[in-house]
Design a protein around this ligand. Structure first.
Ligand code: ZN
Length: 175
């Protein structure tokens, strides 16, 4: 992902947070996407499916796998929202289905042939659910050790994301 694209994605996520006056975690991701006139549908899907997104009669619809942990569902909603805002044409042409996403964000991964769209949607989701400004605020001035499991899991709980999502995010931002 080039720097310009990265900045566009961050700007989109931050604008949404601002529009919704989000000033503290957890980010109310359902309210945020409903504000975009998105229909959310929760239903039990195969374990390996996270969710999907498509546009029907101009109404964007996000499907979420209801059997997954609620924190994972939050990430799915944010990820599919990213597709809607960043890849609207693609998800209008055909239903976009996501299998369990590995935390793909780094360019080394895209070089290995992973779909650029997924990396972009993941970066959007991470910035929406774990905004840099809220993480910085939450960490305060205390010395931070990414291997301090107690701190990382407390942050994961506070932001209502999975532990692995928080670990990845902290590594991406601060390591
Ligand atoms: Zn996706």
């Amino acid at each position: 992902m080039n720097e310009r694209k990265r900045r566009v994605i961050l700007r989109r996520a931050r604008a949404l947070l601002q529009d919704n006056q989000v000033t503290a975690p957890p980010v109310p991701v359902e309210r945020v996407v409903k504000g975009l006139s998105v229909q959310l549908r929760f239903s039990p899907l195969d374990q390996e499916l996270s969710g999907m997104v498509y546009v029907k009669d101009e109404t964007p619809i996000i499907g979420v796998n209801a059997i997954h942990h609620p924190n994972r569902q939050r990430f799915t909603i944010a990820h599919e929202c990213g597709h809607l805002l960043l890849h609207r044409d693609r998800v209008t042409q055909e239903v976009h289905v996501d299998k369990a996403f590995p935390m793909l964000m780094r360019d080394s991964v895209s070089a290995a042939g992973v779909d650029e769209m997924e990396i972009e949607a993941n970066l959007f989701a991470a910035e929406l659910l774990m905004p840099e400004f809220l993480l910085t605020e939450a960490l305060g001035n205390a010395p931070f050790d990414i291997d301090d499991d107690a701190t990382v899991s407390a942050l994961a709980r506070r932001f209502r994301v999975s532990l692995s999502a928080m670990q990845f995010r902290l590594g991406y931002l601060f390591a």
